[in-house]
Design a protein around this ligand. Structure first.
Ligand code: CMP
Length: 139
């Protein structure tokens, strides 16, 4: 059965006009965009979203980066959506990402790594609920 995951096209990608190119790679990987909106994240939204990382040394810079420009938050649907999305994104560090992945193709650095994707079904639900009302998702 189809499942859902949560994706963010990050400010480094929107700044380079890559929203369509990144979305095409997601779609080519078998994922359907069932919700999408372009937003400017507030500091509070970014800190809340990444709260699991709040003790990490990169937390402050990460929240500054994520609020530095527009992002596109999306709900993606497909068979094994979380895993498919993780495969097409590639490793967090673009230097370690496989050829053909979004991060290998487009990421600028480990921080400006073009996309976020949920790491589990449980977190996907939490992250979708953080940014979307149920009626904004049209499967
Ligand atoms: P993301 O999948 O959105 O989850 C946490 C983000 O922190 C990660 O992608 C990167 O953008 C950023 N980040 C910056 N430095 C690091 C690091 N050393 N390890 C992991 N994530 C990092």
């Amino acid at each position: 059965a189809a499942t859902r995951t949560f994706s963010i096209i990050k400010p480094d990608a929107t700044r380079r006009n890559l929203t369509g190119a990144v979305t095409k790679m997601l779609e080519d990987a078998g994922l359907r965009v069932v919700a999408s909106k372009r937003i400017k994240m507030s500091r509070e939204q970014a800190e809340g979203f990444y709260s699991v990382h709040k003790e990490r040394p990169f937390f402050n810079d990460l929240c500054t980066f994520m609020t530095s420009g527009p992002v596109v938050v999306q709900v993606l649907e497909g068979e094994n959506a979380v895993l498919r999305n993780r495969e097409v994104m590639g490793a967090t560090n673009p230097e370690q990402a496989d050829e053909g992945t979004i991060r290998k193709t487009y990421a600028e650095s480990i921080e400006a790594n073009s996309v976020h994707g949920s790491d589990s079904d449980e977190n996907a639900k939490i992250e979708i609920d953080y940014f979307f009302e149920p009626e904004e998702i049209v499967g």
